[in-house]
Design a protein around this ligand. Structure first.
Ligand code: NAP
Length: 464
């Protein structure tokens, strides 16, 4: 007896899937499609940027190179003959929703969460106030942020939030050039940071140390910096014996140990300081009179019985000229695709997009911006399991033009300059070679037009 999938999808007419977004969740979804043996597949992975890997290239801190080694496995997935990478193709314009539906039996949206949340306090739009997301994109050489003029003239910086992103941006701000040399930070950021006069960075948690979201490895790094001392006020990390006895999470326990160690240290007189503050909420970003950040007013908090921060009416002003809000990423909707504005996710049930047969989602745009890169593997595997089940049950709408050639013809007719995986591999080798020449792990090409012109030059060279 044959199952519907065997009648429907064959090696000659495989299940055609478009994955929209080539970040970790997109590649993990692709990997899961390749690993299952039930249904023959053909996958096209799209990205609006020429380069693949999304947040691994543009979000992970440039000094966390070991986290980036996950791309070794990604390379294997995107090099599989059943898979194509189509970079520099924007969903919604270069390939519309209706066109995607016409060319693929199933779509998986894995576009992550590219925007950020706001604080909703006065002064948030002053010059020098921005999201950590923007700052991260800038130092990681994201093409959208590469042209951004970043003035680093602050001696004091406030970073709002106590998640891992807050720790990343704070660490990058206080690292010495020698420390940053060993990272793949974009050259423009390295130059700007080399000249940065920053002395004090305040990392602000609105609740206590037991509620902080960062992980211990990242926190410990603050104690190992060559040019900065961590500063913690003992009274802000004080927890009662009863509260401590209730902690079951090992990360929280270890965080507390490290914070206590920092609080007990005598600062080593290093030129920069990272102040880890708790139980303080920003209430207003002050204007210096010329439209720039001139200070940050914060209110001291206490925790109520539910662990929520409650203002005490006691205020303090921090002498900062830059404020980076690091209070979480937020997803952005795709044209033609349902979107829950409030939660910043595509509404779905276990990865199946609500009300849309043959459409799926995985990663941050499915569940919100939480977890580490590896979290997205299981998340993608779960989504793909549903997709395959639906394919076997015969409930996917069948694509009208199910061939690679049809997609290529469409993109060509629109003048889309598709960046292939081979193009990326050539760029990758170039970046690594340039980096090596400079004694660095990688020298990133940041502008999209440079990525495209590099390919043109390579093609001309190959043609002799
Ligand atoms: P996050 O872990 O959710 O942390 C957000 C922080 O912002 C929390 O401390 C939160 O405090 C605070 N916050 C939210 N609204 C606030 C407000 N209005 N005022 C003051 N504080 C506010 O988010 P993230 O740091 O952006 O990280 C996103 C995900 O990426 C996380 O899962 C993270 O672990 C992961 N990541 C991992 C690494 C790594 O593994 N090295 C690096 C970077 C990111 P409350 O708890 O009080 O809401």
């Amino acid at each position: 007896m044959t199952t519907p999938s065997q009648q429907h999808f064959t090696p000659e007419r495989p299940l055609r899937v478009a994955v929209i977004g080539s970040g970790p969740s997109g590649v993990f979804a692709t990997e899961a499609l390749l690993k299952q043996a039930e249904v023959p597949v053909q996958v096209d992975v799209f990205d609006r940027l020429p380069t693949p890997y999304g947040l691994v290239r543009y979000g992970v801190a440039p000094d966390h190179l070991t986290i980036k080694s996950v791309t070794k496995g990604f390379e294997k997935t995107l090099s599989d003959p059943r898979v194509r990478f189509l970079g520099n193709v924007e969903f919604g314009t270069d390939l519309t929703y209706d066109e995607a539906r016409a060319h693929y039996d199933a779509l998986i949206y894995t576009v992550g969460a590219s925007s950020d949340r706001r604080l909703g306090i006065p002064g948030e739009d002053l010059k020098g106030s921005m999201s950590a997301t923007e700052f991260v994109a800038w130092y990681n050489g994201h093409p959208d942020a590469a042209a951004r003029e970043m003035v680093l003239n602050a001696t004091g910086v406030a970073v709002v939030g106590v998640g891992n992103v807050a720790l990343d941006v704070s660490r990058i701000l206080v690292k010495t050039v020698e420390e940053l040399q060993g990272s793949d930070i974009a050259a423009h950021a390295l130059t700007a940071l080399e000249q940065s006069p920053v002395q004090d960075v305040w990392v602000l948690g609105r609740r206590g140390p037991l509620q902080a979201k960062f992980t211990t490895k990242e926190l410990r790094e603050f104690g190992e910096l060559s040019g900065a001392d961590p500063i913690v006020k003992p009274e802000e990390i004080a927890v009662s014996e009863a509260e401590e006895a209730q902690v079951s999470d090992n990360v929280v326990k270890k965080n507390l140990e490290v914070l206590r160690d920092f609080a007990g240290r005598t600062p080593g007189g290093k030129p920069r300081r990272i102040h880890l503050r708790f139980l303080v909420s920003p209430v207003e970003i002050l204007d210096d009179g010329q439209g720039n950040v001139g200070g940050l007013k914060v209110e001291k908090n206490r925790l109520d019985e539910n662990g929520n921060a409650v203002g005490t009416g006691e205020y303090e002003t921090l002498p900062v000229q830059m404020v980076l809000r690091s209070v979480g990423y937020k997803g952005v909707g795709l044209p033609g695709v349902p979107f829950d504005e409030k939660r910043g996710v595509i509404p779905n049930t276990e990865g199946r997009v609500e009300g849309r047969a043959g459409e799926y989602t995985a990663g941050w745009i499915k569940r919100g911006p939480s977890g580490v890169i590896g979290t997205n593997r299981k998340d993608a595997v779960d989504t793909v399991a549903h997709l395959i089940k639906d394919a076997q049950a015969g409930t996917l709408p069948t694509a009208g033009q199910p061939t690679r050639a049809a997609v290529d013809a469409l993109l060509k007719s629109r003048g889309v300059d598709v960046y292939s995986f081979e193009d990326w591999q050539t760029l990758d080798a170039h970046e690594l070679a340039q980096g090596q020449a400079q004694g660095r792990p990688r020298a990133k090409v940041v502008h999209k037009h440079e990525m495209l012109s590099h390919r043109r030059k390579e093609m001309q060279r190959a043609e002799g």
